[in-house]
Design a protein around this ligand. Structure first.
Ligand SMILES: Nc1ncnc2c1ncn2[C@@H]1O[C@H](COP(=O)(O)OP(=O)(O)O)[C@@H](O)[C@H]1O
Ligand SMILES: Cc1ncc(COP(=O)(O)O)c(C=O)c1O
Length: 272
């Protein structure tokens, strides 16, 4: 027997809800064999309001990991998350090109939810110009969409559609902007754009602040389903159900943060 293989190129979230931890848990829950190329380590400071500190991994260590997986094993689908520097973005783009990874999900992580990270506009611009054009699917939240599209923060579905059109011009095959809990809409609505038409991917909005890891989990679920041979639309619909279940069963970690529950889809998945 063998399993479809997935790769996450992302940071380690020491607190376990986001980053490679979220990705590997999700890859496994959806029946794929998950592998990692680690870009950064994030540690949260318990004595300083849970401040997120980012410790980069040097590029030669990252390159050795990418070679292990891409050259030594091979994958059906890959995703990127927190990358951390221009050098890392450049290396990742080069390796993905070299190995012709077509099913690539780019989660353009620019900021950690709930943490007032300093934004790095120079790196964000580099991500936009170097990696986003290679993406099969790019999955920005509202803030990341505003940075990629170079527009102000989308406030409505119409704003999200306009931003999606601009991001599509950068070169990815599909753009999905996550409205999540953040738009004024009554539901949680993400906007999918394929260059021709828009689709709203909807679910009930859950009234909780415990959403640490939601973005990573959503993009990892899309990646796993692509590796499982699903179409883009099937993959996105399953990912939406997976994240909905994970947020429904999310839980408190401490006074600063609550994380999504990656095991929830097991018992909450719609029965077919
Ligand atoms: N309160 C919520 N209720 C239902 N779905 C949500 C909620 N918050 C986020 N989501 C969904 O979770 C996924 C990740 O979105 P989001 O949390 O905005 O990403 P990020 O972690 O990148 O900021 C999206 O599908 C979004 O619609
Ligand atoms: C390594 C890493 N990647 C990504 C994120 C972003 O997480 P989220 O999915 O909550 O947006 C975080 C947040 O702490 C992180 O530590």
């Amino acid at each position: 027997m063998s399993l479809p293989k997935t790769l996450t190129i992302a940071g380690s979230d020491t607190s376990g809800g986001a980053g490679i931890q979220a990705d590997l848990k999700t890859f496994q829950e959806l029946g794929t064999y998950g592998m990692v190329s680690l870009t950064t380590i994030v540690a949260q400071d318990p004595d300083n309001d849970w401040f997120h500190r980012v410790y980069p991994i040097d590029t030669s260590t990252l390159e050795a990991q990418l070679d292990t997986v891409l050259k030594g094993i091979g994958v059906q689908a890959a995703k990127t998350g927190m990358l951390g520097s221009k050098e890392v973005i450049e290396l990742v783009a080069k390796k993905l090109d070299e190995h012709q990874i077509e099913q690539l999900v780019v989660d353009p992580v620019m900021v950690c939810k709930g943490a007032d990270e300093p934004v790095n506009p120079e790196m964000d611009a580099y991500l936009r110009d170097t990696l986003v054009p290679k993406a099969f699917i790019v999955t920005p939240n509202l803030f990341e969409a505003s940075q990629l599209a170079q527009v102000s923060l989308p406030q409505s579905l119409e704003d999200m559609k306009a931003a999606a059109e601009k991001i599509y011009q950068l070169g990815p095959s599909f753009v999905i902007i996550k409205g999540g809990g953040d738009t004024g809409a009554e539901k949680s609505i993400d906007v999918l754009y394929d260059g021709n038409s828009f689709e709203y991917i909807e679910s009930e909005k859950i009234n909780t602040d415990y959403t640490h890891g939601a973005g990573c989990t959503f993009s990892a679920a899309i990646t796993a389903e692509l590796a499982n041979g699903k179409s883009v639309r099937e993959a996105i619909h399953t990912a939406k159900q997976f994240i909905q279940a994970s947020i429904q069963d999310s839980f408190r970690l401490n006074e600063h943060v609550g994380a999504v529950n990656h095991t929830a889809y097991r018992h909450r998945a719609p029965q077919s």
